[in-house]
Design a protein around this ligand. Structure first.
Ligand code: XMP
Length: 319
């Protein structure tokens, strides 16, 4: 796309002009926005950029390895892989209230990010994948929404606290333009088209108490579900699809034995911006086949339900 090509060149010029020979830190989440920002900035200033990837132990199956592989091995970007799963899971131990869980994760995330960012000597800039809609929203809701449904995970306030200046090369772009830019920068299509993933990760797909056992089961079930969706060519029609592991075990029968395992809920929605959403109308055939696969392939799950709640009145995530 020639327009995006020109945009890219101009963005690179501006980053060089803003940053000069100084160092930049970029928080990498594995999501599309921060990834595109990181690759763009890397094209502009190379090794003056260091990315910090905080692994809170609440990522999907193989996600951390894939992020490290792509950015460190493939793009040759300096990357700190901060594996802090012990810390996060330890602090979350015994917590079941959704807002408490979110706040613990949000606070730890900022602490950990700052700790690792502080090891990058002489950094003067913090890069963020802020998009145009984020800019608009923070202006129009500057008084804060009157009702907080869920406290969102972000690193707002961090640049001031750390004395860093912001680099926001995507702040004039909409989501589809970020995808086009990612394409222009050579990011794989499968990566650019990925569904959004929330900052608190699998914690909010594991209602109630989080245990390592439940997280492991959830990761396996989610991987099978997404594989089914990709195999049926439905991935790009869906805004977001994931499994939630329910805080209940149910009785089942498998072979000639009784089972007593977790139930899970499959979720898939269509949406334009995540503000409202409709549940995705899978065929019964698809749902039956997927339930059979999950129950057969994932040890620890013996019952599957499909969540047919739209937003409103539901939210997309379970917590
Ligand atoms: P809900 O569940 O509120 O989610 O309908 C709307 C969209 O926001 C995502 N989400 C988050 N994204 N930090 C994020 O970056 C968060 O704390 C967070 N909580 C929800 C959710 O996945 C959906 O796309």
């Amino acid at each position: 796309d020639w327009t995006m090509g020109a945009y890219k060149d101009e963005a690179i010029r501006q980053i060089r002009e803003q940053v000069g020979d100084k160092k930049v830190i970029c928080g990498l989440s594995g999501g599309v926005d921060s990834s595109v920002a990181a690759v763009l900035i890397h094209e502009a200033i190379g090794d003056q950029l260091t990315c910090v990837f905080v692994d809170h132990g609440l990522l999907r199956k193989n996600e951390a390895q894939e992020v490290v592989k792509m950015f460190r091995d493939n793009y040759n970007i300096q990357l700190i892989h901060a594996d802090e799963s012990e810390l996060f899971l330890g602090e979350l131990d015994g917590q079941s209230d959704p807002e408490t869980k979110r706040k613990i994760i949000g606070k730890l995330f900022i602490d950990v990010f700052q700790k690792h960012a502080d090891t990058i000597e002489g950094a003067e800039f913090l890069a963020q994948g802020t998009l145009y809609p984020d800019v608009i929203e923070s202006v129009s809701f500057s008084g804060g929404p009157s009702v907080t449904i869920k406290s969102h995970h972000n690193v707002g306030g961090l640049p001031e606290k750390m004395g860093l200046k912001l680099v926001e090369p995507l702040r004039e772009l909409f989501k589809d333009e970020v995808r086009a830019l990612g394409h222009e920068l050579g990011l794989p299509a499968s990566f650019i088209g990925r569904h959004p993933f929330p900052g608190p990760g699998l914690a909010i797909r594991c209602p109630g108490e989080i245990t390592r056992e439940k997280l492991d089961i959830l990761r396996e079930a989610d991987a099978v579900y997404i594989d089914q969706i990709r195999k049926h060519g439905l991935y790009d029609e869906i805004w977001q699809a994931f499994v939630a592991i329910l805080p209940v075990r149910t009785v089942g029968v498998m072979g000639d034995g009784r089972t007593y395992d977790y139930a899970c809920a499959l979720r898939a929605v269509t949406s334009v911006d995540g503000m409202t959403a409709d549940y995705y109308p899978f065929t019964h055939e698809f749902l039956g086949e997927t339930a059979t696969r999950i129950i057969n392939e994932v040890k620890g799950i013996n019952r599957c339900t499909y969540d047919i709640t739209s937003k409103p009145p539901g939210t997309i995530e379970w917590e």
